[in-house]
Design a protein. Sequence first.
Length: 157
Amino acid sequence: MCENSLYPDCLNPEDCESKSSNWVKVTERFKDSATKHHERIIQKMNYLIPSGEHAEQRMSANERMVSSEDVKDVIEFGEAISSRRASDGSIKLIVSGYYKFGKAYLPLHVPLIRQWNENGEEVWIVKTVYNPIEEVWVDNFSRKVCFCGKRRFGGSL
Ligand SMILES: [Zn+2]
């Protein structure tokens, strides 16, 4: 059974299918820690949207029309769909939710990276924001089935 039959435009179905099943495994393994990290972020509101960085550019009027308030809402009311540890020990969490755009609600993913401030306290940095595409992110935008990304779409997904 080929999961990428859901997404016929995939450039490399075999590769993406194996990445997708790996995604599911890792997501399952870190499900509890994703929930814990997310709960702590909501409790402490210890996240930052760095100015002049990718996240802010993405939120600018020309690109996505996503405000800091929208990002805050997604973090607060969204769902942590993935948590993983990078080789440098940092943790990346993706929170998925919706924001209001005109009269519609659009899906938004907010990837956050855990860092430590000078007092040794945990701070989460919003790395970017993007509108997930439903052909690439199935199960209500929670499971990624195609990893072709920029090669296919010219942007992060
Ligand atoms: Zn693909």
